[in-house]
Structure formats: C-alpha cells, structure tokens
Design a protein around this ligand. Sequence first.
Ligand code: PLP
Length: 290
Amino acid sequence: MLDRVLVTLDGKVHDAERPFLYADDLAALRGDGVFETVLVRAGRACAIELHLGRLKFSAEAIELPGPDLGVWRSAVERAAAEWGAEQEGMMRLVLSRGRESGGPQTGYVLVGPVTDRVVAARRDGISAMTLTRGHSIELGQSAPWQLLGAKTLSYATNMAAQRFAERCGADDVIFISSEGRVLEGPTATVVMVKGKRMVTPPPKFGILSGTTQRALFEVAGMSGYDCAYAPLFPADLITADGLWLVSSVRLAARVHTLDGLTLPVVADGAEFAALVDRAVVEVGRSRNEV
Ligand code: PLP
C-alpha cells in the first residue's frame, strides 16, 4: 500500500520519498503560499470544486497570479487515482510563490494516509478548550492584509494553539474574539445544533469559510434544518444540543467536553455525522454546481 503520492501540475508522478522543494522556496522561507486539505474517499477527491474555488480565492488574496483550475483538477484526479480507492487519504494542494531567486510558482498535490487520531476523533469525539485569538471580529475588515479569510501556508500559530491545548489536557481549540464571540478551531469550523437549527459564526468575523460546513448546510437545509450564520457566545456552545468541529478530513468531531465541562448529548450524533458524510461526497463534485 502506498504511503504518499506526489503529483506536480504537469501531471508527473514523483517519488515522494525523494527531496523535492528548493531550499529557497518561499513556502519554506516565509510560508508565502496557499493550500487546501481534501479528503480522498473511494478514489475521489471530496468536495473538490469547493476546494478549488477557495484555492483561487486564497491565491488572489496574496496576489498570486492564476491558478489555472483546469490544470489543478487534472493533477488532483491523477493523484487520487494513484492513491486508489482502498483506503481514505488526506490530500494537500500546495501553491507557493516559488523560489526567492525567481522562476515559476511551486505547485503540487500530495496524498498521505488519514491518521488514527482522526479516525478516533470521528468515532469518540474530542475535548476542546476555548482560547483567545487576541483580536476583534472587525480585524478581517479593518486590516485585510491580515489575510484572515485566506488559507495561507502560515499555520504556525494554529499549530501552537493545538499544542498549548494538548499541554492543558484538551484535544483541540475553539478560538474566541476579543469581544467574546466564538470564531473557529485552528483547523475546523464550529457548528452548533439546537433543535432543528444549525448555527456557525459568519466568515466576516475573520474566519475561514469552511468547505465542509458549506456542504453540510446545503444538505442539512434540504433535510429540514434551518441553517444560519450568526454570532455565538461560549454560553451558546454549552447549552447546545450538539457542538461540532467540522473539517475536510476529520469530518464531524463531536465536542463532548468544553473547558473541562461535559456537554449534554441531546442531538443525535449519528444523524449529524451521516449528514456531513453525505455532504462531502455529494456537494462540490462538478464544475457547474459552484
Ligand atoms: N478553519 C480553519 C482555520 C481551517 O484551517 C479549516 C480547515 O483546515 C477549517 C476552518 C475547515 O475548513 P474545511 O471544512 O474546508 O476543511
């Protein structure tokens, strides 16, 4: 079974065990690029059109010309086919400004295995802690150069927040703004369920527009849920029927404990997880849809 698959934008499959990037690639030196993380299931890249759309949005935000989505689509299909249908994969689409010394952008698709930790989070849920992100919900609009809605390669602080949570005995993080509004996780979107209502914080609060949450809202909306973008306070999370962190590869991770408090299990977790599963397989498959 393959451990990694690496495909460049010319469609060439590379040996992923060999060195690949130049030492002066701006992804390595500055985190100056954008990326997407995509679930590969049954040999297909899930919700790929939503991911390609966001890749383009993120590239525009950092003034990277292109990307040519047709070329990316082909590389993604090639990588998913190489990976095969036997096991799920975690696919990354990486686009950097290229070498500091000049030349073309760097772009590639890399697929690797889904970790046991991800599988456990889907099955058992997770504990989370709230952490301040140290800025206002206004920052995205007042300081667009902060690139808050773009998925750039600069993820060091997100990873630091997760390590901090681990040191405190929690599995993951929910960021809170300086006014005390719920924002997002370091790698996931917050979705709260209350009765037949699903709520997520609005992207204009300076958070990433999640592909999984968007696909979920489309499917849940057709299954009788009222889906809304609205401000949330930590107290809303504690009194929810179900609190979830949703993202492309981990899919639906139920938050069973928040800041040490065991949350009530009111909403049917299996139903929510099934909606997310369906959503990422059915939504964003074809170009005409988005
Ligand atoms: N928010 C942040 C900061 C993320 O990094 C991610 C995904 O990596 C998400 C939300 C969820 O986005 P998606 O559902 O597209 O994976």
